[in-house]
Every structure is written in structure tokens, then in C-alpha cells.
Write a protein that binds this ligand. Structure first.
Ligand SMILES: NC(=O)c1ccc[n+]([C@@H]2O[C@H](COP(=O)([O-])OP(=O)(O)OC[C@H]3O[C@@H](n4cnc5c(N)ncnc54)[C@H](O)[C@@H]3O)[C@@H](O)[C@H]2O)c1
Length: 444
């Protein structure tokens, strides 16, 4: 095992006036093999799918592909993955995704990835460079630079990608977009998003001493590219969300769900400024709560809009249009327009309504203009791999910029300063913020 952290080496190269991320960030040094493989359309047979991180949510995810051929399962903890192993007894088992992708290269068409967030990028990048189609949990990456690199790589390798923000396939997300585009609530200059997360510990001290890892767990491989740290039960499973080295806090957990509808409906693109107010937290532990403000400039015919995000101890403002007797939901989203207000009271924009309720009751719905997703978010990915549709709805050309928006909130939270953002050059105007756009990688 090597334990050498690479120094930060992200190169931003300007090309023809438009800056692009150079192909060799710190990550580039870790790659053992470069390939130029392209994704293949699979017809006339089942799709050969491998899973990385197949305990936890991954067990559910790979179960959605049970109608295909599950050829390989990779998990660093065979005890956690045991249920999935039993369900797919013919699949080969691995502890290391690199070994799996190398040894079974030709036998794998597509990879589903549900590891903790810090390993999304290394696994997905290796799969994409080998021409594998990828279903990747949200947020697609741990840093903004990774999101950009992965998006560009997916395009370069022509692979079919889908982020696990399943709400993007639902009816409510489409309704919000159709209502806003039809002018139902007029110009939208204000959006509020909120979540009841974190529902795991945050704003806590690092454990003073490590513990011996359970014998079934390969702790070094769980840490992967993250700095070496002694094992502790406070970190995993699930609780890694609240530690910056592996998770992305409440925004990482829910941002790509709850920000999704407004990102799409309002064609947000990249914010020009981001700032955050934070309760507690440290260099290691995510805060008890945060309120992030994103400012987006005018876009096409759309006016500038301010999007606020509230989590944990921070709550959104109560909308004036909400009836006094109605309680605010734990999670939700609110669109304040010049002619009306839309509210959804869940995580995934399942059932948006105009508020107050009397506005909803007298509302003549505009025509449905957007295509609906047949058979759900997971099948949507498979259909594109078979060439039946052009691309999944949350492919990385969409999911990459959405992930960047979400993670810029974390940059503001961690930096403690407001900053201006230039998405083209991936530059913040404050070095304190720029420090969190990218990260270093451990060789493991
Ligand atoms: N879309 C959704 O609704 C939804 C819901 C829950 C979780 N998620 C996402 O799923 C991912 C996993 O979350 P979780 O709650 O299941 O976490 P978890 O800690 O419960 O499970 C992660 C699994 O990955 C394994 N693992 C860890 N590192 C690995 C590595 N390097 N290689 C192979 N396997 C590895 C673990 O042993 C475990 O089985 C996260 O990205 C999370 O955001 C999405």
C-alpha cells in the first residue's frame, strides 16, 4: 500500500478564449492505463452490468437491473454486500474496482456505482475511459473540477450516463417546468429550496482514537483516494455524508434532488455569485446547518434569479402566500413569480401546487409539452444503451452542471467567504474558495 498524497496540481488551460480543464489534473497521475474506448450500443442480448458499492443503496440500484446480466459485484465490505451477493450468485465478486475493470474488461458493458461520494469520480472515470456506460449516484462527484472532468470524459467516450437523481424522471418536475414556461406564475426571480437533512451526525469532533476495522472490511480501499485515517464506526456506513473527506453534507445528499427542478425549469446554468451562512462545522465535520445563496444572471429571456438553500438548523422564509393554518414541510421548494407562487413539499418535486390552495383550485393547466419518461429512471438508462432513445434524461451533460451548482454551495460553506464564480475558467475570485474547487488524491 502506498500512502503518498499528491500535491494539488489542477491545471486550467485557456484555449481559444474559452478555458478548459486540462486533461492532466492531479487525478491524471494516478491512472495506470489510458484507453480511448467508446461506449457501444447493445442490441439483441442482455446488457452485462457490474456494480461497485453494492451494499446500501447499491443493493437497491443493481436490483433495478436484475433483468439484465449482472456479471460482477464489487464491494470493500463483503459482509455489507452479502444480500446482493446472494441475489446474484453467478456474478464474480471483487474488493477492488480496478481489478474488476481490468480482469473483466471485455465482459462488462456498463457499471452502476453507489459508493460513498469521494469514490464516485475515480470509479466512474476508470469505467468511462474503458468505454463502459455508467449509472452513477448523486452527486456525480465530490468536487467541482471532478464534475467537469467526468462530464467531458463521458462526452469524449460517447458513453451513456445517468445520475441517480430519480426525481428527474417524475411528473412533478415536468409540471414545474411546463407551468413556468407557460408563464403561469410570471417572471421568477426568487426560488427557495430546503431539506430536513442532515439526519446523520454533523458538527462533531473527530474521534480521538481509531478502532480496529471489522475483518470483513478493507478499510484502505474504503478510504481510496482520501487521506489515510484510522477506522472508526463514526464514519461509515451512511455517516460518511457528514465528513468532508468522504461526503458532501446535506447539499451532497439532497442538492441534486431538490435543486433539480429549478435547475431545469429555469435553465439556471452556472451561478455568478455564491455565499453561505453556516452554523458550526469544522475542516472535517460538515456544519449543523447552512443557508446558501446562489445568484444567477439573466439567461436568454429569463431575468436574474436568486436561489436560496437551507438545511439543518437553517429554515427557509415562510411564504406570504401560504395559508396561516398550513405548516411548512421539512423539505421542499418554492418558486416566487411575478404572478403567482408554486410550492412542492417533498424532496423530489413529486407534486407541485400553486399556493394558496384557492389559486390551485381555479387554475387552468397549460398543455403538457415535455416528453414523459417511460418505465422510470433506471430503465431510461438501459433504453439509451440499447439505442432506443437518444440519451437518458439526467445524462452528465445535464447532471454535471447540476452537480457543479450543488457543490459550489459547499465551496461557500467551507471557504467562509462569498465569491464570484466563472464557470468557463473554473475560477473563484477568492483564493479561500478556489482551494475547495479541486482536491488532492492519495495513491492506494
Ligand atoms: N438516489 C437516492 O435516492 C439515494 C439514496 C441513498 C443513497 N444514495 C447514494 O448512494 C451512494 C451510497 O450511499 P449509501 O447510503 O448506500 O452508503 P453506504 O455507506 O450505506 O454504502 C456504501 C456501499 O459501498 C461500499 N463501498 C465503499 N467504498 C467502496 C469502494 N471503494 N469500492 C467498492 N465498494 C465500496 C460499502 O461497503 C457499502 O456497501 C451515495 O452516493 C449516496 O448519495 C442515493
Amino acid at each position: 500500500m502506498q500512502d503518498s498524497s499528491l500535491t494539488r496540481r489542477t491545471f486550467l488551460a485557456a484555449a481559444g478564449g474559452a478555458a478548459a480543464v486540462a486533461a492532466r489534473p492531479a487525478w491524471g497521475l494516478m491512472r495506470s492505463a489510458r484507453t480511448v474506448r467508446k461506449g457501444r450500443v447493445i442490441t439483441g442480448r442482455k446488457i452485462n452490468i457490474a456494480s461497485v458499492g453494492c451494499g446500501g443503496q447499491g443493493g437497491h440500484d443493481i436490483g433495478q437491473f436484475a433483468g439484465e446480466r449482472v456479471v460482477a459485484l464489487c464491494d470493500v465490505d463483503f459482509a455489507r454486500a452479502v444480500g446482493t451477493f446472494k441475489r446474484f450468485p453467478d456474478a464474480r465478486r471483487f474488493r477492488d474496482f480496478r481489478e474488476m475493470l481490468t480482469e473483466m474488461d471485455e465482459q462488462i458493458d456498463a457499471v452502476q456505482i453507489s459508493t460513498p461520494d469521494h469514490m464516485h469520480f475515480p470509479v466512474a472515470m476508470m469505467a468511462i475511459e474503458r468505454g463502459k456506460h455508467v449509472y452513477l449516484q448523486k452527486p456525480i462527484t465530490h468536487t467541482v473540477v471532478e464534475a467537469r472532468l467526468l462530464t467531458e470524459a463521458a462526452r469524449r467516450h460517447n458513453v451513456v450516463t445517468q445520475m441517480g437523481n430519480q426525481g428527474h424522471s417524475n411528473e412533478g418536475t415536468r409540471l414545474v417546468k411546463e407551468w413556468i414556461e407557460a408563464g403561469v406564475i410570471g417572471d421568477v426571480r426568487e426560488v427557495h429550496l430546503w431539506t430536513n437533512r442532515p439526519v446523520w451526525p454533523q458538527n462533531i469532533a473527530l474521534p480521538e482514537k481509531g478502532l480496529p476495522p471489522p475483518p470483513t472490511l478493507d478499510w484502505n480501499r474504503w478510504l481510496g483516494v482520501a487521506p489515510l485515517r484510522p477506522y472508526h464506526t463514526a464514519y461509515m456506513p451512511f455517516a460518511w455524508r457528514g465528513w468532508w473527506e468522504w461526503g458532501c453534507g446535506a447539499i451532497g445528499d439532497m442538492g441534486c434532488h431538490t435543486m433539480d427542478a429549478c435547475f431545469w425549469a429555469l435553465n439556471l446554468g452556472a451561478p455568478s455569485r455564491v455565499r453561505a451562512e453556516v452554523d458550526g462545522g469544522s475542516a472535517f465535520s460538515c456544519p449543523a446547518g447552512s443557508a446558501v445563496t446562489y445568484e444567477f444572471p439573466a439567461r436568454g429571456g429569463l431575468p436574474p434569479v436568486t436561489v436560496t438553500w437551507s438545511d439543518g438548523s437553517r429554515k427557509p422564509p415562510r411564504p406570504a402566500a401560504l395559508e396561516a393554518e398550513r405548516e411548512m414541510s421539512g423539505s421542499g421548494q418554492l418558486y416566487v413569480g411575478s404572478k403567482g407562487v408554486i410550492m412542492d413539499t417533498g424532496d423530489y418535486c413529486d407534486s407541485p401546487r400553486l399556493i394558496p390552495e384557492r389559486a390551485m383550485k381555479s387554475f387552468t393547466r397549460p398543455p403538457k409539452t415535455l416528453e414523459r419518461v417511460k418505465n422510470g429512471h433506471y430503465q431510461n438508462w438501459l433504453q439509451a444503451i440499447r439505442g432506443e432513445i437518444e440519451a437518458p434524461v439526467s445524462n452528465f451533460d445535464y447532471a454535471g452542471p447540476l452537480t457543479e451548482m450543488a457543490l459550489l454551495g459547499n465551496v461557500a460553506i467551507r471557504a467562509g467567504v462569498p465569491f464570484r464564480w466563472d464557470a468557463k475558467t473554473l475560477r473563484c475570485d477568492r483564493p479561500e474558495a478556489q482551494a475547495f474547487i479541486d482536491k488532492s488524491y492519495r495513491m492506494f
